[in-house]
Design a protein around this ligand. Structure first.
Ligand SMILES: Nc1nc2c(c(=O)[nH]1)N[C@H]1C(S)=C(S)[C@@H](COP(=O)(O)O)O[C@H]1N2
Ligand SMILES: [Mo]
Length: 401
């Protein structure tokens, strides 16, 4: 068994009583002033995560509650969402992590490298937002199929590993005409199905190599199996699916992979249409923010001075500014970033201190990136429910009493 972090609920909780109530099977527990359904238990492979932090959509789709995001930039592993397209591999793969092997193809001298050897080629650390392409899908009125994520299929994570460009260099450089970097997940594929229809294999432009890592550490610990240990491809600025867990092959290729998850999955298709290779891929992330507190889990907010807290990030660009509205977007004022700037791929926590009298409020946040792109009011409708960056959809209604 791998060592996993032990956790206690972090925030807003009458921790002892809530856990006690849940464990004796009562139907609800108290979080602040609001009674909630008892949290669903975590599946065994992530039993080390604290259930009250999560909305468990299924065994393989588990999102962080708005109310569980902390205020200190990094999302601890115990609070980070989970999204698996296939069941995770057996935990045997993390018993001898350094023995894990990755095949590197499409370079002058292609070969297999062990994690032990990768660690000799270089090291870099990057903080970045890991966000599922479907984060915010739950706010599409069209109810696209797929997990109805709200805000919590995202987190800000620190990864440590070897820059992919140094690995390519050590193998003689990327081959001529290789326009894509294609990563393949190490899951055992279900039998009796066309492998291409189920394999997790994604291609990103070779330009993404500049900041990509083959990472073995997450938030200062060996990457937990559930988050892709022993080795994960990290492609900062790109959506979650491109960050291949338990990566077993990295290939520089002339074309995008024809795996279904690339050719038909994660395509921006018009409402009613199916995904196909002619439609744009959901790849780079763009500017987005949302408010984490106050939130619906907390119940009425006490009138007076209210700390409005949230996160803002720019995707491929740094985030430059965030504004907050108390009136559903009619008027805006600047929020203040809190805590260290961990680089352009990380999110910033923000605070806006508001004087709020009793009443009903719609709180919204709107971020601007370093290139001047402003988070839009409306989502772009699409069949898959991808890329929802709408500030209106992410607004929170609160009662101040
Ligand atoms: N090998 C592999 N890598 C994968 C996936 C997967 O199912 N298998 N899921 C992808 C998707 S869709 C997302 S959103 C992220 C989720 O990362 P997390 O579970 O560590 O939060 O991993 C990506 N990498
Ligand atoms: Mo995802």
């Amino acid at each position: 068994m791998q060592q996993q972090p032990q956790s206690l609920p972090r925030r807003h909780m009458l921790a002892g009583s809530a856990v006690a109530l849940a464990s004796v099977g009562l139907a609800s527990f108290t979080r602040g002033a609001v009674a909630q359904a008892a949290p669903k238990p975590m599946p065994a492979y992530v039993s080390w995560k604290e259930p009250s932090n999560f909305i468990v959509h299924s065994n393989t789709t588990i999102e962080t509650r708005r109310s569980a995001f902390g205020t200190s930039v990094i999302t601890p592993s115990e609070q980070l969402y989970i999204r698996n397209n296939l069941p995770a591999p057996d935990s045997a793969i993390v018993t001898d992590r350094d023995a894990w092997e990755i095949a590197v193809e499409g370079v002058k001298n292609p070969r297999k490298l062990s994690l032990r050897e990768l660690k000799t080629l270089g090291v870099e650390t990057t903080a970045m937002v890991l966000q599922c392409s479907g984060n915010g899908r739950g706010y599409f009125p069209s109810k696209p199929s797929g997990t109805p994520w709200q805000v919590g299929a995202a987190g800000c994570v620190i990864w440590s590993g070897v820059p992919v460009r140094l690995v390519a260099q050590a193998l003689g450089g990327v081959g001529e005409g290789m326009k894509y970097m294609t990563g393949t997940g190490g899951e055992k594929l279900p039998e009796g199905l066309d492998p291409k229809s189920v394999i997790v294999e994604r291609s990103v432009p070779t330009s993404a190599m500049a900041d990509a890592l083959l990472a073995w550490e997450m938030n200062g610990q060996p990457i937990p199996l559930a988050h892709g240990g022993p080795l994960r491809l990290i492609v900062p600025g790109y959506t979650g699916v491109n960050n291949i867990k338990y990566i077993k092959e990295l290939a520089f290729t002339a074309k995008e992979t024809d795996a279904r998850i690339m050719s038909h999955g994660y395509r921006l298709s018009p409402p009613g249409a199916k995904g196909d290779p002619s439609q744009p891929s959901v790849q780079e992330m763009s500017v987005k923010s949302w408010i984490n507190s106050p939130n619906a889990d907390q119940g009425p907010v006490k009138a007076g001075t209210v700390q409005i807290l949230g996160v803002a990030f720019g995707g491929l660009n740094a985030v430059a500014k965030v504004e907050v509205s108390l009136d559903g977007g009619k008027s805006w004022a600047s929020g203040r970033f809190v805590g260290p700037d961990l680089g352009k791929y990380a999110w910033r926590q923000f605070v806006f201190v508001a004087k709020m009298p009793a009443g009903e409020f719609t709180l919204a946040s709107r971020a601007t990136d370093s290139a001047g792109n402003v988070q839009p009011e409306q989502r772009v409708e699409n069949a898959g429910g991808f890329n929802n960056t709408s500030w209106a959809d992410h607004a929170v209604k609160v009662t101040v009493a």
